[in-house]
Design a protein around this ligand. Structure first.
Ligand code: UTP
Length: 465
């Protein structure tokens, strides 16, 4: 894009200020600014300006605005249904029809770790990173089902190079690099309440990743959807980088999703308490939708069923399945843009960057779960939280590396117990040793039983790999 075109486009939409320091920029800065302007999603910008003009509350989910919200029906599994579903899912995996999407483009501000969150060394003994833990599960599944399980990793402009380098440095953790693909999500500018974009430096707009819902547009734009079709994939397992317990491409989940002919499915677990920050799945005018916890009233969060259980007992943990056809259709759906009032650094009239100490402007994000109302026959499947969900969100306290690592070790302890191996505990019942099982050694209690040496006993720390 050249200066003249940029100026005309920006002036037309009231954003001419983005070029106000043009004359003072070096040629390299001018080029970088034009590139940023060339990447702006003008359609999203129009929608954002309309939202800001109407008051940002309009950015919330339509389902949340409805009174009398009802929870969507949730499937809780019993023995033989699970066995039948396993066979259907396993068949799809054996035929190479399943792929995996990992969203890892977030900024991980709460963790406050310098680098992509996936590179965080989490495992108790090996210090394996989140990326390694996920990748080794994929390797285990490829071996178990004898078929490729292509791995699509969404990054952002801020962490793309670091993420690619990390995988390359670690030999892609044993995966075939031909089946590990990285694609960067889109970025969106920050906006002042009056709808003008925030200039962070004289030659740079403030931008931030466009939310995990940006995955839809990014998959299409970067050719990943076409790649999936070329490889004969029909079903995509989607998850977030911060959860080391995730049961990647769980065959039972895949089987149920396929049997039902669902466009999109999701896993839910019982909320820890009414205030836990998980979205809930509701039935809204005959369609399922996820309502974010911030959009529920206190009364809705606390509401109880006659049996004393929370009305919105289950929370969504961002584990999904999609049919490829649904993903392809949804890329043109235009997910809603959700505003967040943030402290956004800006450039003052003298061209100096100011870091505000209170929220001053808006970021906008798309959420993947907003696709749910468009899906045919969605499946909402409940799972046991301790087996599949222990995210790393905060540096300390709940949902921190410490709680997540502990959950991984307790899961390993349950697997050992299921194999008849005694696990040492202290007087309070806490684990007395550190336990770690490389998913490529065993990715289920059954695999562990098959591999454990006879008369295996735990006397100290155990790292099986
Ligand atoms: P979170 O909403 O927990 O955000 O993302 P975060 O960026 O990891 O952490 P905070 O909120 O800044 O502390 C949930 C998942 O969605 C991905 C994240 O990488 C994580 O796997 N995500 C989030 C994206 O891929 N892109 C985004 O724009 C936002």
């Amino acid at each position: 894009m050249d200066y003249g075109t940029a100026k005309r486009l920006l002036d037309e939409i009231g954003q001419g200020h983005a070029l106000k320091f043009w004359e003072q920029l070096t040629p390299a800065q001018q080029e970088a600014l034009l590139a940023q302007i060339g990447n702006i999603d003008f359609d999203a910008m129009r929608r954002i300006r309309a939202l800001l003009a109407g008051g940002v509350a309009a950015g919330g989910s339509p389902a949340a605005a409805a009174t009398g919200l009802a929870p969507a029906p949730v499937v809780e599994l019993g023995g033989s249904t699970a066995d039948d579903a396993y066979e259907v899912g396993a068949q799809a995996l054996r035929q190479g029809q399943v792929g995996v999407i990992l969203v890892a483009g977030g900024q991980g501000t709460r963790l406050g770790y310098d680098g992509p969150k996936g590179t965080y060394a989490l495992a108790a003994l090996s210090r394996a990173s989140l990326f390694e833990i996920h990748a080794r599960k994929i390797l285990a599944l490829e071996r178990r089902f004898g078929a490729p399980l292509p791995f699509y990793i969404m990054t952002s402009q801020a962490n793309d190079a670091d993420t690619r380098r990390f995988f390359a440095q670690h030999g892609h953790f044993g995966l075939d690099p031909e089946r590990v693909q990285f694609f960067a999500q889109g970025m969106l500018p920050g906006f002042w309440p009056d709808g003008r974009m925030v200039l962070e430096e004289p030659g740079r707009l403030f931008t931030a990743p466009d939310g995990h819902g940006g995955v839809l547009a990014a998959l299409a734009r970067t050719g990943m959807l076409a790649d999936m079709r070329r490889r004969g994939i029909t079903t995509l397992f989607y998850f977030q980088v911060d959860n080391p317990l995730v049961d990647v491409a769980d065959p039972v989940f895949v089987g149920l999703h396929l049997t039902r002919g669902a466009g999109m499915s999701l896993k839910v677990c019982a909320k820890r308490d009414p205030a836990e920050g998980l979205g809930v799945v509701v039935d809204s005018a005959g369609r399922n939708a996820v309502v974010e916890y911030t959009e529920l009233t206190d009364a809705q969060k606390q509401a109880r069923r006659p049996d004393g259980e929370l009305l919105f007992k289950f929370g969504s943990v961002a584990i999904h399945l999609f049919s490829l056809a649904f993903l392809e259709r949804e890329t043109s759906a235009g997910l809603p843009l959700h505003p967040a009032h943030k402290k956004i650094p800006f450039c003052d009239d003298q061209g100096r960057t100011v870091k505000p100490d209170r929220p001053n402007a808006y970021k906008f994000e798309k959420f993947i779960f907003d696709a749910l109302p468009d899906a045919a026959n969605p499946l909402v499947l409940a799972f046991a939280r301790e087996d599949e969900f222990a995210p790393v969100k905060n540096a300390e306290g709940s949902d921190s590396p410490d709680t997540s690592r502990r959950a991984m070790m307790e899961k390993a302890a349950r697997w050992f117990a299921a194999c008849g191996v005694a696990v040492p505990r202290d007087a309070q019942g806490a684990l007395a040793v550190n336990l770690e099982i490389d998913p490529a050694y065993a990715n289920s209690p059954e695999e562990l039983r098959a591999r454990l040496p006879k008369a295996f006993a735990i006397a100290g720390d155990v790292w099986l790999r």
